[in-house]
Design a protein around this ligand. Structure first.
Ligand SMILES: [Zn+2]
Length: 695
């Protein structure tokens, strides 16, 4: 987990860039909310013929053909920025978690230690009158610390403390596997310190981006005013925040550059890093952070740290204090501070940036918060109730079948040499499959949760997490660790661990069902399993060897062949104009697009083999569709999604995943097997004249 501070603090669920997940990255997930009525699990189907719109020609627009029925049934609710089938299950899961948390919140004797923690944390978060009544008081000691800063010589100790309580000021520091030696956990220093979602928000010059920056300054100044600053001072301080963050942003790699691990690999040791920071004592910082004071480290973005060093020297102390104050307030503005902060936070990040029209209900925010802070305590109860061993077994069987399909696929590649094929297979056979939940649960016994102390709980939870992360440095790698909690509706591949991870929350309708046949399950969940597996071999993942070391195992020719084929997809997605004036970024989305196409192909191959072995009658129709047609429709229906234009814009600009329509149509256009199943003519919109193909 190496993008330490990449995730904006308003949305801690944000997926770290090092792990390649199947879904749109988290801001949208964090900001979703339920429609008026959440469908019951039994109503959700993996392949749902009632959603198909027969008025649409499947060869012209397969996404519309498969999803129009769903669109008609699911208008976008006011508190949503994006609502799709993932959200359907996500909302259902939240209801399940709410029931667990409400039961645990009753202070009955006999609650287990974990139940006490999750129940009391949920109750504290829900107690808005206590939060409102306390106001800023619980944060006052922290504000006082910042106010007491006299010179930049005192900054290292203060920053170490702020980092320990989850404040994303200036940079991030944590643990991660060494790129060169994945068996070793070392210190990682990462660029950070931004309040807008990513660096390009500070550098783009189009009218919309200029306006968003003005709105950001207004937001920051409002937060300062809520904290008691007079308006003129608040405005001045907000402008300071934007100026400091703009300097940091300009020295930060773009999100596309960050996708290449070579750009983030700058091995050093703490003593050498210290020498480069002439205006900031790293020795004092690491001592105060209780982090290793010597040893191997990775300076992920040297250009950024050089800029940070200059900024510390050149910025008046009053301005640094304003910047720190903002990041402190920002880090706690969600559910821990009074409603006025919470609302202002929602207004800028969800309404202005992503178009939500209504704030989410409190219980939803509190459920997410407990999942974030105590995810494996909550997850233990969740899997016992909602993840039967049969689902785990079924998921494992599908994963093994898809891995077998990849093995066969590698044999058949005409562009790869025998030498590289041997290495590719070694890597494939070394992939570890993690399904559902951890074998060993995280121990929260040292985390104190006090009923009625929402802010204190959040602060202690963040300190606990930071200490847990730093304690890993110098210890053997724990390959059983999970970066997603069990109820999460998502999945990821970790290139340094070389493992695929499928949380329990995902293995439910509408993505997977024991009651539906293989055509449906392979088209949907199978394509996701294939997607994660293909991440091990996408433009980023392929740079790691079977043990997770950043080490080239490709011959020159094979590398060239791969890049040539990948370039076809870069051009294909670059050409898509997702919103007027904003094209998709083919390089940024390359890894996900490769995984979508490769993953679907692997699921298709695995399913065909299984169907042949089981003598499935491929001409027999169910609900009016052949098994092949149902496979493709099930694939498409997982992506049925309504998206607000603001959200679509943010996604096109900064999400490594293409919008859902293209994850359906563009992927299928590249697969002649799809066109055959629906007898599409060569000239049809759903048939690419020059299909791209890598895996
Ligand atoms: Zn992915």
């Amino acid at each position: 987990m190496f993008r330490l501070s990449f995730a904006p603090t308003y949305c801690r669920l944000a997926l770290l860039a090092s792990i390649a997940a199947v879904l749109i990255s988290a801001p949208a997930l964090c900001q979703t909310a339920a429609p008026a009525a959440v469908p019951a699990a039994q109503e959700l189907r993996v392949f749902d013929p009632s959603l198909v719109d027969k008025m649409v020609d499947p060869c012209q627009n397969f996404y519309r053909y498969s999803c129009n029925g769903w669109f008609k049934r699911n208008p976008l609710p006011a508190d949503q920025t994006r609502y799709g089938r993932f959200t359907e299950l996500y909302e259902l899961n939240r209801l399940h978690l709410k029931a667990i948390l409400e039961a645990a919140a009753v202070p009955a004797p006999g609650r287990s230690a974990n139940e006490q923690k999750i129940g009391d944390e949920y109750a504290s978060c829900m107690d808005t009158s206590a939060v409102d009544k306390l106001g800023l008081a619980p944060l006052q000691p922290e504000l006082d610390r910042i106010a007491a800063l006299k010179t930049t010589a005192e900054l290292p100790a203060l920053l170490a403390h702020l980092h320990s309580i989850g404040v994303n000021a200036f940079f991030g520091m944590g643990s991660n596997q060494d790129f060169a030696d994945s068996s070793s956990v070392i210190s990682f220093y990462d660029a950070g310190g931004l309040g807008l979602p990513e660096r390009d928000y500070y550098t783009r010059t189009d009218a919309k981006s200029v306006e968003q920056r003005q709105q950001y300054v207004t937001h920051v100044s409002k937060i300062f005013m809520l904290a008691g600053e007079p308006e003129a001072q608040a405005t001045k301080d907000a402008e300071t925040v934007l100026a400091i963050e703009t300097s940091l942003a300009k020295a930060t790699l773009t999100i596309t550059e960050q996708r290449d691990p070579q750009n983030l690999n700058h091995p050093t040791d703490i003593a050498d890093l210290e020498k480069t920071l002439t205006h900031f004592s790293l020795a004092e910082y690491v001592a105060a952070a209780h982090a290793p004071t010597s040893g191997r480290a990775n300076d992920m973005e040297p250009k950024f740290f050089a800029e940070f060093n200059t900024l510390v020297a050149d910025t008046p102390i009053a301005q640094i204090k304003a910047y720190l104050r903002w990041h402190l307030l920002h880090a706690y503005a969600g559910t821990s501070l009074p409603e006025s902060f919470d609302h202002e936070n929602w207004y800028f990040y969800s309404h202005i940036l992503n178009g939500a029209e209504k704030q989410q209900e409190r219980w939803k925010l509190c459920t997410m918060r407990v999942d974030r802070e105590l995810g494996e305590a909550l997850g233990q109860v969740y899997v016992a109730k909602y993840f039967p061993p049969s689902a785990k077994q079924h998921a494992l069987e599908m994963t093994l079948a898809i891995e077998q399909a990849m093995d066969k696929d590698i044999d058949g590649l005409d562009w790869m040499s025998a030498e590289t094929k041997v290495k590719a297979k070694e890597k494939l056979h070394a992939v570890m499959n993690k399904i559902g939940y951890p074998d060993k649960w995280r121990d929260y016994s040292k985390l104190e949760i006090v009923r009625g102390d929402a802010l204190g709980n959040q602060m202690r939870a963040r300190e606990f997490e930071q200490a847990r992360d730093l304690a890993k440095i110098g210890k053997p790698v724990d390959k059983g660790e999970w970066m997603m909690t069990p109820p999460t509706v998502n999945a990821y591949y970790d290139p340094q661990m070389n493992n695929v991870n499928f949380p329990a929350g995902y293995f439910q309708p509408p993505f997977f069902s024991d009651k539906e046949d293989d055509a449906a399950n392979y088209g949907d969940m199978g394509s996701t399993i294939g997607h994660e597996l293909t991440h091990g071999f996408d433009d980023e993942g392929r740079q790691y060897d079977k043990d997770g070391n950043l080490k080239n195992w490709w011959t020159k020719d094979d590398e060239q062949n791969f890049n040539q084929r990948a370039e076809c997809m870069v051009k294909q997605y670059d050409a898509i104009e997702a919103v007027p004036g904003v094209h998709l970024n083919g390089k940024l989305t390359l890894g996900e697009n490769l995984a979508d196409l490769g993953g679907l192909w692997l699921a298709w191959e695995a399913w065909l083999d299984k169907a042949a072995a089981e003598h499935v009658d491929m001409a027999a129709k169910t609900d009016g569709y052949t098994p092949e047609q149902r496979f493709w429709i099930a694939y498409a229906q997982q992506w049925c999604t309504q998206t607000r234009p603001e959200q679509l814009r943010s996604q096109a600009e900064g999400d490594p995943h293409a919008p859902d329509e293209y994850r359906t149509n563009t992927v299928l256009q590249d697969l002649p097997e799809f066109a055959k199943s629906f007898s599409c003519k060569k000239t049809a919109a759903m048939v690419s004249a020059k299909p791209c193909r890598v895996w």
